[in-house]
Design a protein around this ligand. Structure first.
Ligand code: NAD
Ligand code: MG
Length: 394
């Protein structure tokens, strides 16, 4: 029986994780659930899954939540408040696996704490890895933590790696990764219409049902840019060994090209419960609740080269990983600020890439050898991106 802590339980990945957990009560027990401020969903999850701990990261919402739990049939759940409690529950003695499913940089410290504590880290929170890079990978190898990718592409790549392979190592006979992308909702939108695309249009993803931030990232293809950096770190590859492939049907979730010419692909319906169940059961397998793939309904599959003019964010991600140092941190931070401004209707869709590019131009690829330097670059890049936004409005 394994104890699991779900960071970001109320989000899209968190909900899918609890769905998988509920299918395997003989193998997993929920030790802790965390949310930012969505206390209604967290409350329902507490009643259904009876964790030992529940964390509300937004302190102003925690008191109301505590009172609700105290007056409920699950009054024995310990309620903690604030960002520091996230790392506390991620490192509890009886937690074996931590699902890192907080969105954005807010997930870094608890995810890193889990890695340092030697937990099995089920990594959905790609921003945490992109911003901290080698620091995160070194924490994993130093503690002996097991790092398993949840991002569907990286989970697919992991499944296509040689037997016995674990992330962080080099698979010598694998010469290339083909990282698939759906192309998002604006793959065919006329370029001149892109500036007018609204947040609602951007989050209406054709294949995946996800949180708002990652949905916008999919529309700009920054999601693929972050995943490119994620793949370089997880699989120890150079950016030139990774080819992004637009595959609109989202049936192949990525491929690995071997020196003998074999190309291995992992396929399945686009449902995150498959990679979640794969990582939770690894090295075994168990049921995820996902329907079997109907290959006849799929019928055919298409593959296209990404257009970097349409998707400048993908170009910026290649530039950031090639420059190295703090540049991936800067890219990620500027993107988080730009996406938030877009979702608040303060900037246009096409401003997102402009904000990131102008922000990156104000940094040099200084070293990112300590967590302190990473956090400093993250906070400076947020300020710079904010001032770029103010400049656009002026
Ligand atoms: P979401 O917006 O649906 O959920 C985010 C979760 O994080 C919520 O539980 C929220 O309460 C919590 N959270 C947000 N800000 C927080 C903060 N400041 N402090 C503490 N908790 C906070 O997002 P999602 O779609 O579930 O994505 C989660 C992560 O997984 C992202 O990093 C995303 O890139 C990655 N991911 C998601 C999918 C997907 O299909 N949704 C696929 C691959 C990777
Ligand atoms: Mg993905």
């Amino acid at each position: 029986m394994k104890g699991i802590c779900i960071l970001g339980a109320t989000g899209s990945i968190g909900v899918s994780t609890l769905d998988v957990v509920a299918r395997h009560p003989d193998q997993y027990r929920v030790v802790a659930l965390t949310a930012n401020g969505n206390i209604d969903v967290l409350y329902q999850q507490c009643v259904a899954h009876r964790p030992e701990y529940a964390v509300v990261a937004t302190e102003s919402k925690a008191e109301e939540f505590k009172q609700r739990i105290a007056a409920s049939p699950v009054a024995d759940i310990k309620v903690l408040a604030g960002a520091e409690a996230l790392a506390e529950v991620a490192t509890l003695e009886n937690v074996d696996a931590v699902m890192a499913a907080i969105v954005g940089a807010a997930g870094l410290l608890p995810t890193l704490a889990a890695a340092k504590a030697g937990k099995t880290v089920l990594l959905a929170n790609k921003e945490a890895l992109v911003m901290s890079g080698q620091i995160f990978m070194q924490a994993v190898s130093a503690s002996g933590a097991v790092l398993l990718p949840i991002d569907s592409e990286h989970n697919a790549i992991f499944q296509c790696m040689p037997a016995g392979y674990t992330p962080g190592h080099t698979a010598k006979q694998a010469r290339r990764i083909l990282l698939t992308a759906s192309g998002g909702p604006f793959r065919k939108t006329p370029l001149e219409l892109l500036p007018d695309m609204t947040p609602d249009q951007a989050v209406a993803h054709p294949k995946w049902d996800m949180g708002r931030k990652i949905s916008v990232d999919s529309a700009t293809m920054m999601n693929k840019g972050l995943e490119l950096i994620e793949a370089c770190l997880l699989f120890n590859m150079d950016p030139d060994q990774i080819q992004v492939v637009i595959h609109p049907q989202s049936i192949i979730h990525s491929m690995v090209d071997y020196v003998d010419g074999s190309v291995l692909a992992q396929m399945g319906n686009p449902d995150m419960r498959t990679p979640i169940a794969h990582a939770m059961a690894w090295p075994e397998r168990f049921d995820s609740g996902v329907a079997p793939l109907d290959i006849f309904e799929v019928g055919h599959m298409d593959f296209e080269k990404p257009d970097l003019q349409r998707f400048p964010c993908l170009r910026l991600a290649y530039e950031a990983i090639k420059a190295g140092g703090i540049m991936p941190t800067v890219l990620n931070a500027a993107n988080e600020i730009a996406v938030e401004a877009f979702l608040n209707e303060e900037v246009k869709f096409t401003d997102i890439a402009i904000i990131i590019e102008r922000s990156m131009a104000q940094f040099k690829s200084d070293n990112a050898d300590s967590l302190e330097l990473v956090l400093q670059a993250d906070s400076q890049a947020r300020q710079v991106a904010q001032s770029v936004i103010e400049g656009l409005a002026a």
